[in-house]
Design a protein around this ligand. Structure first.
Ligand code: NAG
Length: 217
């Protein structure tokens, strides 16, 4: 009996470890600093010659600086991903500073390829994500300084500053370059718009309301 349980645990561990390595699998060299000039098309960016790599390829300065939140949402993200640190190429990790004006929101969006872990370093945020169909359950919490929350890969999530002053959060992603799908602009502001009739039926509203939203997002 005990042996059977141990065997099942072992099998579960092997299966889970395969799942865990499904994203950004282990690099095959010490590093692969991105060569932005290369036209090679691979899953990521081509590597610079290792002997030409310098400390600056692994370096970014300025995350202590507040982002400019003067915009309609009152939010500014300062990513530190492969575009900022070429040495992140193939390493499956990156980070971001997010500044929020009072009542600012980071509108509902998803990262199709990565999970996000976020900690509040100043202020208070209402955060949440929504599970997939058919449940569509909102999982939400107010975070204060030092609190940490996770947004699982692919799920729609948001943040709102619910404190009196500015808020600041630091997030991390298990990818060198997070893709972002902002729900409203993705659906209502696609390049070549989705036909009004499609959106009117999907949202069960008049086409005039679809046009109104299209003009704003
Ligand atoms: C912040 O952004 C706004 C809007 O783009 C701009 O008018 C303002 O000058 C910026 N402030 C700073 C300090 O850069």
């Amino acid at each position: 009996m005990v042996k059977t349980i141990l065997f099942l645990c072992f099998v579960a561990l092997v299966i889970c470890s395969h799942v865990a390595f499904a994203f950004d699998s282990a690099p095959l060299q010490d590093f692969c600093v991105a060569d932005f000039k290369s036209s090679a098309r691979i899953n990521g960016l081509a590597c610079k010659k290792p002997e030409s790599v310098k400390a600056k390829d692994f370096f970014f300065r300025g995350l202590h600086l507040a982002g400019n939140t003067t915009n309609i949402f009152g939010v500014k993200g300062t990513p530190v991903a492969v575009d900022q640190i070429p040495g992140l190429n193939t390493l499956g990790i990156s980070m971001v500073r997010v500044d929020y004006a009072p009542r600012g929101i980071n509108p509902p969006h998803t990262h199709p390829r990565n999970t996000e872990i976020l900690t509040v370093v100043e202020g208070s945020l209402l955060v949440g994500f929504v599970t997939s169909n058919p449940e569509n359950r909102l999982i939400s919490k107010v975070l204060d300084k030092g609190d940490v929350f996770v947004f699982p890969v692919g799920l729609v999530h948001f943040q709102r500053n619910v404190g009196l002053g500015n808020a600041v959060a630091i997030g991390a992603w298990n990818t060198q370059y997070p893709g972002v799908i902002t729900t409203a602009s993705n659906v209502f502001r696609s390049n070549t718009p989705i036909a009004d009739e499609v959106l009117a039926k999907a949202f069960q509203v008049d086409q005039s309301i679809v046009d109104l939203i299209k003009s704003k997002v």
